[in-house]
Each structure stands twice: as structure tokens, then as C-alpha cells.
Ligand binder design. Structure first.
Ligand code: 6PG
Length: 265
């Protein structure tokens, strides 16, 4: 489903409300909320909105676990760190228990960091890290409640980059990968765990993303070229939350075009 908003600010407000709605549903149904944050610049405004009094009090942070869709292999205080961005924009401003912030250890050797993160995710999602409050609930299947994703100008999402094996991974939940610039290693969730999520939401803003967004939604299926197309939730809800500038290249819908129908849009 595509949700369109006139401006980046209205998009950010809507994303904050979307996170709140997913949190409420998850906590009511299963006693906790697990959310994987995306990095980059687009979501920062949404995280800042979520941290305001107007929104922050609407989430039960005691029952919320924060993960990351991907991370750069840098120390947590590095300006490039997705953890640092979320910490400053949101996590330092809400009462989430520290042990429920599941940071990727970007400072470690990449393969080791990926393996450690997968262990932590499996522990969390398959029940061994549950808090006392959660232990009283039924067991949790290995599903993240909400995965937030961005869209790169090259069609990547999380750190699933064109032409890389991560896009076709069918077993591991977390992998280390070298970004196309050949400089920065990254840790990324793979389509295996993303597509198992209950809600997967792309947040896309700006004219520079318009062509890729159209290709993602309307174009032929080619995840090697456009890794974001590898994201097709098994049973979960796929939502594109976009501003008008990003939506600009998408033509008015004819009667359900086949590619949109296939993507449930
Ligand atoms: C990252 C992100 C990445 C991002 C896209 C879009 O670590 O950079 O996870 O996948 O979502 O590159 O980034 P912008 O929002 O900055 O355009």
C-alpha cells in the first residue's frame, strides 16, 4: 500500500503515528513491540517527532525493543553510526530500558559483529531474552513486528546492495557486506528476516528517489539491480510511506496494474 504525504514534515509525522500504531497492536497482541530502525537521513525527522511529548507518551517503552535494519561498521559514537543517529534523535529522549536497545557492535570485526547480532536477534525473537513481563506472554514466533526501511538512489535498502549475494540469502538473518564504495563495511538484516516481519514499511522522501520508487513499484522484478524488490513480506503488511516529491514519477493508476497487484499496492 502506498501512503502519500505532501511534505517531508507531514511524512515524518505520519511515520511517527505509524510506529505508535504498530506498537499498540503488537503490545496488545503479544505483550511487546520489536522495531528495526533504518539508518540514513530520511528517518531522522520521524525519530525526532516520535521523541516529542506529543508522541513519546503514546508508546509503552518498557515493552519495546529497538533493533537496526542495518549498521555501518564504525564505533557507536562515529558520525556515520545509525545507532548514534537514533540515540541522539530518539533513544536518549524516551524511557526505554537500556537492555532493550539491541545495538549492532559496529566497532567489531564485521563477520563477528554479524554473527553476534544474529545470535542476539534469535535469542530475542525466539524467546530467551524476554523480560519478566514478556515471559508471562505466549512464546513469540521469529518475527520482528515492524521493520523500517529506506531506499537508496541506487535501489538498495538496508545494506542490501545491487549485485551482492546478501540479496539472495535464504538462511542467515544478518550478514556483513562491503558497501559499493569499497570503503565501509556494513552489517545488514537479510530478506529472510525482513520478509518474515509483521510490518515492513519503506519511508521515502525527495525527488532524487522518484525514479527508483517508480522502478521499485512498477518496474520488472530484478532484485539484483534493485535490491529493494527483494523485500516481499511472506505474510506481513508492506507499506510505502512517501512524500509528493518521491511520488512524482508514479503515473496515475490504471485499473490495478499487474506489477502493483503483485506487490499488493
Ligand atoms: C543506511 C541506510 C540505508 C538508507 C538509504 C536511504 O545505513 O544508510 O540504512 O539503507 O536507508 O541509503 O538513505 P537516505 O534516507 O539518507 O536517503
Amino acid at each position: 500500500m502506498i501512503q502519500r504525504f505532501p511534505t517531508p514534515d507531514l511524512l515524518s509525522d505520519a511515520v511517527a503515528r505509524h510506529v505508535i500504531a504498530c506498537a499498540g497492536e503488537s503490545i496488545q497482541a503479544r505483550g511487546r513491540f520489536t522495531v528495526a530502525l533504518s539508518g540514513g537521513t530520511t528517518p531522522k525527522r520521524s525519530y525526532e517527532r516520535l521523541a516529542t511529548r506529543e508522541f513519546a507518551d503514546l508508546i509503552d517503552w518498557e515493552r519495546t525493543h529497538v533493533l537496526w535494519s542495518d549498521e555501518r561498521c564504525v564505533p557507536p559514537d562515529d558520525p556515520q553510526s545509525n545507532y548514534r543517529m537514533a540515540k541522539e534523535a530518539l533513544l536518549d529522549r524516551v524511557p526505554i530500558p537500556t537492555e532493550q536497545i539491541h545495538r549492532v557492535r559496529g566497532e567489531d570485526q564485521p563477520e563477528r559483529a554479524a554473527a553476534q547480532y544474529e545470535r542476539e536477534l534469535r535469542g530475542l525473537l525466539q524467546g530467551s531474552l524476554s523480560s519478566p513481563a514478556e515471559r508471562s506472554e505466549t512464546s513469540h514466533s521469529a518475527q520482528i513486528d515492524l521493520v523500517l526501511l529506506g531506499l537508496g538512489e541506487d535501489g538498495h535498502t538496508a545494506s542490501l546492495f545491487p549485485g551482492q549475494a546478501t540479496v539472495h540469502e535464504n538462511t542467515r538473518w544478518v550478514m556483513a557486506t562491503l558497501a559499493p564504495d569499497g570503503k565501509l563495511w556494513r552489517i545488514t538484516l537479510t530478506p529472510v528476516i525482513i520478509n518474515a516481519a509483521r510490518n515492513v514499511t519503506f519511508v521515502v522522501s525527495g525527488a532524487s528517489k522518484a525514479g527508483r520508487l517508480r522502478q521499485l513499484i512498477e518496474g520488472p522484478f530484478d532484485p539484483d539491480t534493485l535490491p529493494a524488490q527483494a523485500i516481499q513480506p511472506d505474510q506481513g503488511r508492506l507499506t510505502y510511506m512517501v512524500d509528493d516529491a518521491a511520488f512524482a514519477a508514479i503515473p496515475d493508476p490504471e485499473p490495478q496494474s499487474s506489477s502493483r497487484a503483485k506487490r499488493g499496492i
